[in-house]
Write a protein that binds this ligand. Structure first.
Ligand code: SAM
Ligand code: SF4
Length: 430
């Protein structure tokens, strides 16, 4: 979501003649887009700003803006503690970027935009062309969250659930596809809670499926309790919908899920997985896990391991519980740090073993890969298969934007290496 937001911020400041640079040394304006989901986020901000300060010690100071959820949560504290920061802009206030920069160019003093008017943000962004021309692009369709899981800061930093208008989203998708985008990942904190005047996520998927040159559709992140029948059905019907579902479970223990306020049990979760597999047998899952949530016993942890082995998630993102200021879980008694560390290592080793078993099963088999770009080494192309696995293959031809059949030869935890099937014929035909 921050990547999508950063691109839209860039699109908007282009209108006042700013250009993106990879070279920090030549920047006139420095924007730090932050995430507040786990601890140390605030410290990272001070650390990064310190780095910028050092670089510009004997030069003209750039305009320095902090955006994102740390800006939302810390606002004035950031401005007071670090004088080098000129403005803080929360995630719902990105439409104020241009005028903030113009005011700062005009020597305005500290500026704080951390209001919650999400409608204004999207109305404004809609007037800015989305210039993304990558093969694969994100598209935020929903923001905020009303679920209030006891560990999570999102409802406080991103505000209440808000869905964007389906018409605007179809138009933005068409624009992206006209720019060369072939794959869209629909984004939302609870993307499957999308609901705009009775249009649900499945309706949006069917609508954008009609755009001819859009080849692949993904969405993330889903909450298990918002997985409705119509969305399950969409996985049976839509040929463009990719068969990897990111479905965070957090824990394999129903007792812990209740303590987290996740509103479903492990049985509900497994039933959902079975229904999705019935709709489309190709579907695989990835998930998020919090290890060492307050009250987690060895038995609860073992249930998490059991779930991991049972579902065989192809990607598991695991985090040690991090108490976030202001959330109910921050006031609960913590599990001993050493025990949490030990459990995290055990979990990650097991998750890696399962992942590698799955990946080895791909070797010597074929995958359909959409190629996104040529890598720094000429003739090497990067792409993703239907399950979002990164694949690298060689070719003398330009593969960007093409979906090709690739034989997977080998791979590691992060990347698969493959050969194009019947390379030349296939590429000319594409
Ligand atoms: N809305 C999604 C859901 O309900 O599953 C998750 C969104 S959250 C931005 C991404 C992930 O961060 C969560 O799934 C959770 O695993 C992790 N997370 C959030 N708060 C956390 C905390 N306090 N400590 C550790 N991990 C946390
Ligand atoms: Fe956070 Fe997701 Fe729970 Fe919302 S549903 S509070 S975003 S973890």
């Amino acid at each position: 979501m921050n990547e999508y937001d950063s691109n839209r911020i860039y699109d908007s400041v282009k209108e006042i003649d700013y250009e993106k640079t990879d070279n920090l040394f030549e920047a006139n304006c420095y924007v730090l887009n932050t995430c507040h989901i786990r601890e140390k986020a605030t410290e990272k901000v001070y650390h990064d700003i310190g780095r910028v300060k050092k670089i510009f010690r004997n030069k003209i100071k750039p305009i320095v803006l902090v955006a994102g959820c740390v800006a939302q949560a810390e606002g004035d504290i950031l401005l007071k503690r670090e004088k080098y920061i000129d403005a803080v802009i929360g995630p719902q206030s990105y439409h104020h970027f241009k005028k903030t920069i113009l005011k700062l160019e005009d020597n305005a003093k500290k500026i704080n935009f951390t209001d919650f008017d999400v409608n204004k943000k999207f109305d404004n962004l809609n007037m800015t062309r989305n210039t993304n021309s990558n093969v694969s692009s994100f598209l935020t369709i929903q923001e905020g969250c009303d679920k209030f899981c006891k560990f999570c800061v999102v409802p406080y930093t991103r505000g209440a659930e808000h869905s964007r208008s389906i018409k605007e989203l179809i138009n933005e998708t068409k624009e992206l596809v006209d720019n060369g985008v072939r794959e869209i990942t629909l984004l939302g904190q609870n993307v499957n809670a999308y609901n705009f005047q009775k249009s649900k996520l499945s309706n949006l998927i069917y609508e954008i499926s009609k755009i001819k040159n859009l080849k692949r559709i993904r969405y993330t992140t889903s909450h298990p309790i918002d997985f409705s029948e119509d969305l399950i059905e969409a996985h049976k019907i839509s040929q463009k919908l990719m068969p990897l579902i990111h479905l965070p479970v957090q824990s394999g223990s129903s007792k812990i899920l209740k303590k987290m306020n996740r509103k479903h049990s492990i049985k509900d979760y497994l039933d959902l997985i079975n229904n999705l597999k019935k709709a489309n047998s190709k579907i695989k899952f990835s998930s998020d896990f919090i290890i060492g949530y307050p009250g987690e016993t060895n038995e609860d942890f073992n249930q998490t391991l059991k779930l991991l082995r049972n579902v065989e998630f192809i990607n598991s993102y695991s985090f040690a519980f991090s108490p976030r200021p202001g959330t109910p879980a921050a006031r609960m008694e913590k599990v001993n740090d050493n025990i949490v560390k030990e459990r995290l290592v055990t979990f990650q080793n097991e998750a890696d073993r399962i992942k590698m078993k799955y990946r080895k099963g791909l070797f010597n088999n074929f995958s359909w890969v959409m190629f996104e770009n040529e890598m720094r080494i000429k003739g090497k192309f990067f792409g993703r298969d239907e399950f979002s696995n990164s694949v690298i293959a060689n070719s003398n031809l330009d593969l960007k934007g093409k979906i090709l059949k690739v034989k997977i030869i080998e791979g590691n935890k992060n990347t698969l290496f493959g050969e194009l099937e019947g390379e030349r014929n296939k590429v000319f035909a594409a």
